[in-house]
Design a protein around this ligand. Sequence first.
Ligand SMILES: [Zn+2]
Length: 502
Amino acid sequence: MPTFYLTTPIYYINGKPSIGHAYTTIAADILARYHRLCGDEVFFLTGTDENSQKNVEAAQKIGRENDMQGYLDEMAGRWKATWKDLEITTDRFIRTTESDHLNAVEKFWKTVETKGDIYKGTYEGWYCKGCEAFVNEGDLVDGKCPNHLTEPARIKEDNYFFRLTAYRELLLHYIEEHPDFILPKSRRNEIVSYIKDFMTDISISRSSVKWGIAVPGDESHRIYVWFDALINYLTGVGYGTDEKQFEKWWPAQLHLVGKDIIKFHCALWPAMLLSAGLPLPKHVFAHGFFTIDGQKMSKSLGNVIDPLDVVQIYGNDVLRYFLLREIRFGEDGDYGHARLEERYDSELANELGNLVHRVCTMTEKYFGGKIPAHTPHDISVAIKTYHMGLEMFAFHDALDAIWSLVREANLLVEQKKPWVLAKEEKTEELAQTLYTLLELVRVIGVLLLPFMPKAAQTLLSKLSASPASNVTLDDLLVWGQLAPGTLITKGDPLFPRRETTT
Ligand SMILES: [Zn+2]
C-alpha cells in the first residue's frame, strides 16, 4: 500500500486556536481523508511547539511561570479538544516536551555534530521575538521585522552554530532538480534568492534562555526553538525510538505551512536533513493568509475568530467548504461571515441541497421511491480534474469539478423537465433522466467525502449508498452503482434554508 505522510506546523500555545490555525489543519485533514479514500496508508501529524519563549511569556502573564509544564498540559489539552470538535482525523498529536522528542533531538544533534556541522561561535546581530528568529539586516524593512512590524533586539551571545552555508550549492541543486519541492511554484524564487544571497550560518542555541531542550553535553545552552521544532516531523514517525516505523514513513510527502515560515522549511530544514543524511520531504506547500472582512486578524483589533464559534452556527462542513472554496489555496484572501452566508445560500442550500431534495422527491413521486433502470453517462472530465486538483493541493479546482457536476445535474432538470415527461407519459426518458440525476448526486456525495464528511455521508445514506470502509475512491467513482429497485429515503433537506431576518 502506498504511504502518505503529511504534517501541519506545530503551533505555539500561547493562546487558543484561531480560524487561521484551523485553516491549515482543515486543509491537511481534507488531504488525509482524500488519501485514505484513495487506499493510501496515511499518517497525519499535528501538534504543539512547547519549547517556545512565547509560551513562557504567556505563562508569565498569568503568573504561571513556575508551573510551565502544568500550563502547557492545559493549553495542549485545549488545542487537542478543538481539533476533536473540528473532527480533524490526526494520527498523532505531538508535543515537543514529550520524551521521545527529546530523544530524537538529542540523536539528531549528535549526528549533525559528528558530521562536523556544529561549531561554537559568537552571534552578534538582530533577533525578532515574534519570529523567534535571528534576522538578517536584509530582511528588515525600515529597521523593523516585516512580519511583526517591531524592531528586533540587538543581541550578542556565544552560541553553537549550524553550518548552513555548507549546504548552499546542494540546496540550490535540489530545488532545481525537484520543481515540485516548493509549492506553489510562485514562492520558489524568493527561497532561491534567499539561499543564494542572504543565507548565513545560523545560531542554534541560546545561553540566555532557560526554557527548552538542553544542548547535549552543555546544560548551559538551550537548543534554538526552530532547530528543535522542525525535528518533530521525524519524531512523529519514530526517529530515535522506532527505526522500522521511521523507515516506513519518512520522507514525508507533504509539509503544509503558512507562507511566513516557508524559509525555515525550504532552507534550514532541508539543510538539517542533508547534514543528518536523511532524505528530503517531497513537497512543502505554503498557503496564504486571509484578512477578516478586509482587516488583518489581530488580537489588538479584537477580530480574531474562534473556529468553534463559526462551527456552532453553521457546522463543520460549512466552515470546511467555505474556507477552501472562498480562498484559492496558496493565495491570500479574505474571510467574512457575509460571504460565508452568501455561499451557503446560493451554493449549499440552493444548488446542492435543493438538487438532492428535488431528485429524491421526483424519485418518490414517479417511481415510488425506487431507483429506476441503469443509464450510462460520462463524468470522466470532472473526476480527472478533481484528482489532479487534490494531488497538487488545488482544493478550489477539486471543488470546481464537483460543482460542475452539481450544475450539470441542475441543468438536466431544467432541460428535461421530468414533470413534463411524466405528464406526457414518456416513461423511459423519465427513468433515464432520473437515473442519471440520482447517479450524479451519488458521485457528488462521494467526491464531497473529504471536504464535507458529514453532509456527504447523509447524502449517500439517502440513496442507500453509504460506502463500505474497504472500498476505494476509484471503485466508488465507477458510474452506475445505484442498483435499480433500491429504495431511497428523502429525509430532511441537506442544507436547510436559513431563516433570514429581512
Ligand atoms: Zn518577526
